[in-house]
Design a protein around this ligand. Structure first.
Ligand code: PLP
Length: 480
C-alpha cells in the first residue's frame, strides 16, 4: 500500500468506523457464535501472495463482526464501561503513524514529556494532592500504565522492595527469601481479583478483609487482621483500598484506612479503576477524600473518561520507590541526559520496556471535550443509573441490592438465587441487551452498568421494559 492508496483506504476506513458507531444499535449486542466459530471461516495459513483490500473488508463483515460483542452499543450494560470517542480514535491513528517506542526520554522526548504533563492535567482535574504532581518538581509524578492490574502489580512490587530493604536494614542477616515468606498484602473481600493476582505474581501472601454492611472496608477490620498477622510473626506491607468496587461500586473508608496504613508504615495503593473518572466532578470529589494518605493512586481513563483503551493513569507519591525498585541501565538504553535529574525515563516505572504514545489520546480528548464536556458525560451516566434505580424501585417484585452512587445499579428479583440466575439467562439469551451478574455475600445479583457514550433515557427505559417482560414470563412460568 503506497501513500495514495493509504489516503483512499484511510478515508474509507473512517467512513466505515463512523457508520459502525452510528449504526451500532442495529447490531445484536452479544454475538450468536459458538466457540471455534472463526477458524473454519478463514484459510489455515497466511496467504503466500497479497490479498485484495476489498476482500479483507468483506471479511471484516463476514468473519469478524458476527463474533464481536458490541461494547459501545447503547444496549450494552455489562461489566463497566470501556471508553470510546472519536478524538481518542484519531489520536490513536497518529500514535500508530508516529510509531515511536517511548521507553526513555531520548527515545522520543515528546512521548515522555506530553505524558508527564497530561498526568498533571488529569491530577489537577481530580484535585489530587500536589505531592502526586510532577509540575512542582517534588518527589511524585504520574505515568500511564496499560491497565489497573498492571498498576496494582507495580505498586505491590515497589512496596515489596521497600519493605524488604527496610527489614534487611533492621536485621542484616535476613535473606530476601526469608522476608518474602512473611510479607502479607491486604484488600477488602470486594476488591478486584487483580489484587490477589498481583500478590500471587509477587510471591507474597494475600488476605481479604471482610467488608461491612455497605461492602466497604473499615479500618477496624483491617486493624484486626494486622494484629493477628503480626502476632503470628508475619509482616504486613501493602494495602489496596478500592474506590468503586467491581461488584457493586462500593467505597472503602479511605479516610479511616489511610491513617492506619501510615501509622503502620504500610504502602497504601488506591484502586479507583472505574469510579476515578467521576472525581473530576466537584459533587463526587469527596469520594476521593483520604487519597492524601496514599503512596499510589490509579484509575482508568479508558473506562469512563472517553480515552479509548489502553490508558490507566497511575500516580506515586515518591517516584524513587518505583524507579529504585526496578532500575536496570544496560548501555544500549543509556542516553546523555539521563543523569541530569531533569527528565523521566518511563521504562523504570513499568513492566515492559516498550510503550506507545498513549498520552496523545488524552491530549486530544481533554482538549476537544474540555473538563466541562467530560463532566457532562459522567453526570449523564449517573443520571441514567438513577433513572434505572427509580424504575426498579417502582416494581415491588424487585429489590435494589447496594447503594447507587455512580453509574452502576445492582438489583434482583425478590426470591431465590436460582430465580435470578434464570432471569439473567433469559436476558442474555434474548440478546436484546447484555448484563453480567455478581455475588453480594450469598446473593446472586444482576448488575446494570451504564456503559455506552450513546446511552440515552430511551435505552434505559427500553431495557427495563424488556427485563420486566422477561421477569413476568419467568414468574408466570413458575406458577403454571
Ligand atoms: N480494579 C477494579 C476496581 C476494577 O473494576 C477493574 C475492572 O473492572 C480492575 C481493577 C481491572 O482493570 P484492568 O482491566 O484495567 O486491569
Amino acid at each position: 500500500m503506497d501513500a495514495s492508496e493509504f489516503r483512499r483506504r484511510g478515508r474509507e476506513m473512517v467512513d466505515y468506523i463512523a457508520d459502525y458507531i452510528e449504526g451500532i444499535e442495529g447490531r445484536q449486542v452479544y454475538p450468536s457464535v459458538e466457540p471455534g466459530y472463526l477458524r473454519p471461516l478463514i484459510p489455515s495459513c497466511a496467504p503466500q501472495e497479497p490479498d485484495a483490500y476489498e476482500d479483507i473488508m468483506k471479511d471484516v463483515e463476514k468473519v469478524i463482526m458476527p463474533g464481536v460483542t458490541h461494547w459501545h452499543s447503547p444496549r450494552f450494560f455489562a461489566y463497566f464501561p470501556t471508553a470510546s470517542s472519536y478524538p481518542a480514535m484519531l489520536a490513536d491513528m497518529l500514535c500508530g503513524a508516529i510509531g515511536c517506542i517511548g521507553f526513555s526520554w531520548a527515545a522520543s522526548p515528546a512521548c515522555t514529556e506530553l505524558e508527564t504533563v497530561m498526568l498533571d492535567w488529569l491530577g489537577k482535574m481530580l484535585r489530587l494532592p500536589e505531592a502526586f504532581l510532577a509540575e512542582k518538581g517534588g518527589a511524585g509524578g504520574g505515568v500511564i500504565q496499560g491497565s489497573a492490574s498492571e498498576a496494582t502489580l507495580m505498586a505491590l512490587l515497589a512496596a515489596r522492595s521497600r519493605a524488604t530493604r527496610r527489614l534487611q536494614a533492621a536485621r542484616p542477616g535476613l535473606t530476601e527469601a526469608a522476608v518474602m515468606e512473611k510479607l502479607v498484602a491486604y484488600a477488602s473481600d470486594q476488591a478486584h481479583c487483580s489484587v490477589e493476582r498481583a500478590a500471587l505474581i509477587g510471591g507474597v501472601k494475600f488476605k481479604a478483609i471482610p467488608s461491612d454492611g455497605k461492602f466497604a472496608m473499615r479500618a477496624s477490620a483491617l486493624q484486626e487482621a494486622l494484629q493477628q498477622d503480626k502476632a503470628a510473626g508475619l509482616v504486613p506491607f501493602f494495602v489496596v483500598a478500592t474506590l468503586g468496587t467491581t461488584p457493586c461500586c462500593s467505597f472503602d473508608h479511605l479516610s479511616e484506612v489511610g491513617p492506619l496504613c501510615n501509622w503502620e508504615d504500610l504502602w497504601l495503593h488506591v484502586d479507583a479503576a472505574y469510579a476515578g473518572s467521576a472525581f473530576i466532578c466537584p459533587e463526587f470529589r469527596h469520594l476521593l477524600d483520604g487519597v492524601e494518605f496514599a503512596d499510589s493512586f490509579n484509575f482508568n481513563p479508558h473506562k469512563w473518561l472517553l480515552v479509548n483503551f489502553d490508558c490507566s493513569a497511575m500516580w506515586v507519591r515518591k517516584r524513587a520507590d518505583l524507579t529504585g525498585a526496578f532500575k536496570l541501565d544496560p548501555v544500549y538504553l543509556r542516553h546523555g541526559h539521563q543523569d541530569s535529574g531533569l527528565i523521566t525515563d518511563y521504562r523504570h516505572w513499568q513492566l515492559p520496556l516498550g510503550r506507545r504514545f498513549r498520552s496523545l489520546k488524552m491530549w486530544f480528548v481533554f482538549r476537544l471535550y474540555g473538563v466541562t464536556g467530560l463532566q457532562a458525560h459522567i453526570r449523564k451516566h449517573v443520571q441514567l443509573a438513577r433513572e434505572f434505580e427509580a424504575a426498579v424501585q417502582r416494581d415491588p417484585r424487585f429489590e435494589i441490592c447496594a447503594e447507587v452512587t455512580l453509574g452502576l445499579v445492582c438489583f434482583r428479583l425478590k426470591g431465590s438465587n436460582k430465580l435470578n440466575e434464570d432471569l439473567l439467562d433469559r436476558i442474555n439469551g434474548a440478546k436484546e441487551i447484555h448484563l453480567v451478574p455478581c455475588h453480594l455475600r450469598d446473593k446472586f445479583v444482576l448488575r446494570f452498568a451504564i456503559c455506552s457514550r450513546a446511552a440515552e433515557s430511551a435505552h434505559v427505559q427500553q431495557a427495563w421494559a424488556h427485563i420486566q417482560a422477561l421477569a413476568t414470563a419467568l414468574l408466570g412460568a413458575g406458577q403454571e
